[in-house]
Design a protein around this ligand. Structure first.
Ligand SMILES: [Zn+2]
Length: 120
C-alpha cells in the first residue's frame, strides 16, 4: 500500500509527516487562545494569551497541542506563532518516526456500488 500523494491537503494543514504504517501526522495552524487565570490577589484575574498549534496522527489518533505563552511586548510577540508551529512540527516529526499504527482503510465508493447491485 502506498499513500496517495496527489490528494490535496486540508486547508488548515501546514505540514504533513508520513509514518511507517502509511498514516500521516498533520500539523495545523498556530492560533491565539486567550484564557483567564486567577491571580494571587482575590477577585483579580488576568488574561493570558497563548500561541497554540495542534498536531494529530491519523494512525493512532494521538494528538498534541503545543502552547507558547505569548509575550506582552510586540517586539517579542511576533515570533510566538512560529515557535508554536515549530514545536508542533518537531512533535509530529518525532511521532511519525516512532508510530507504527495503520489508519483504518476507507470503504471505496466502487465497493458500495457493487454491493448495492448485488442486493437487486
Ligand atoms: Zn500515531
Amino acid at each position: 500500500m502506498t499513500p496517495d500523494l496527489t490528494t490535496p491537503w486540508p486547508a488548515d494543514v501546514t505540514a504533513r509527516y508520513l509514518t511507517a504504517g502509511y498514516a500521516t501526522v498533520d500539523v495545523g495552524q498556530a492560533q491565539e487562545e486567550v484564557r483567564v487565570q486567577q491571580t494571587f490577589i482575590a477577585d483579580v484575574s488576568k488574561k493570558i494569551r497563548f500561541a497554540v498549534c495542534p498536531a494529530t496522527c491519523s494512525g493512532c489518533g494521538e494528538a498534541k497541542k503545543v502552547e507558547i505563552i505569548k509575550a506582552d511586548y510586540a517586539a517579542f510577540g511576533n515570533r510566538d506563532d512560529e515557535r508554536a508551529l515549530q514545536g508542533a512540527k518537531d512533535w509530529a516529526q518525532q511521532h511519525a518516526r516512532d508510530c507504527r499504527a495503520m489508519p483504518r482503510p476507507q470503504e471505496k465508493p466502487t465497493d458500495r456500488y457493487l454491493y448495492d447491485h448485488d442486493e437487486d
